[in-house]
Design a binder for this molecule. Structure first.
Ligand SMILES: [Cu+2]
Length: 92
């Protein structure tokens, strides 16, 4: 029984912390040539499951994305903008 409790605790703790916080990441976005591109990139990011908020800055060529790390990851965000015609790289 104690072993079972341990397994449950180990299994559930990472999930609990994933639910608690959303993660924010900044992407450098290429190919944005006008403010309409900003909207296209924003929509592409918002379609990714787990994305809570996406702010795209045409002037700085960046996208700031807030997402649930349990559902989305940086790779999925990069893929979304790239598939829309705007390759991006995560900023560190
Ligand atoms: Cu444009």
């Amino acid at each position: 029984m104690r072993l079972l409790a341990k397994i449950l605790a180990l299994g559930l703790l990472p999930m609990a912390s994933a639910f608690a916080a959303s993660q924010s990441t900044v992407l450098d976005v290429k190919n944005m040539t006008c403010s309409l591109c900003e909207v296209t990139v924003k929509k592409a990011l918002q379609k990714v499951p787990g994305v809570e908020d996406a702010k795209v800055d045409y002037d700085h060529k960046t996208a700031t994305v807030q997402f649930d790390p349990a559902k989305a990851d940086t790779a999925a965000l990069v893929k979304a903008t790239t598939d829309a015609g705007y390759p991006s790289t995560p900023r560190r």
